[in-house]
Design a protein around this ligand. Sequence first.
Ligand SMILES: [Zn+2]
Length: 179
Amino acid sequence: MVEYSSEVIEKLLKGELPISEIQKMQMEPKDPDRFDKYIKALKQHVDWDDEILMRIHEHLYIIKKENNYVVKCSCGHEFGDYRENWKLKALIFVRDRNELEELYPEPLTPEWSELREFYCPNCATLLWTEALIPGYPINFDFLPDIKAFFQEWLNKTLENVPEFKDLSSEVTESWAKNE
Ligand SMILES: [Zn+2]
């Protein structure tokens, strides 16, 4: 088993580790506390103190705040319950086919596609993009079963984990009710 230094983990997080080293890492036996090391490295990237449970991607985290499991941006903006698709609370810019052609040459821009860009309402960081058919519902890319992940993969118990359930439709329903 190989122990990796915090410098190597940091490079891995920043995407600066050569692919050959990543492949080597993937094939080697894993150190049992690797997830703790990973979380410790993630904490270096944010100014807030909430408990990080996992990272969704470069700027988005699932954190535990009292008894709530919340999606939070690295800038500190909170998108609410992790079971609600955070994209529904982001700023969204949709590029239609004409604008897509500025980014992609033909034939990569079929008539039926649009590019949606999701920005943090606080720091304006581009958090995600998705290319879909116009009118297609916003994708919910990552809804982890946090309880199962901690129990079955990390052998840890998390208190007060809410029911594993997609609550996104409740957000859109509240829009219809103008809540
Ligand atoms: Zn932000």
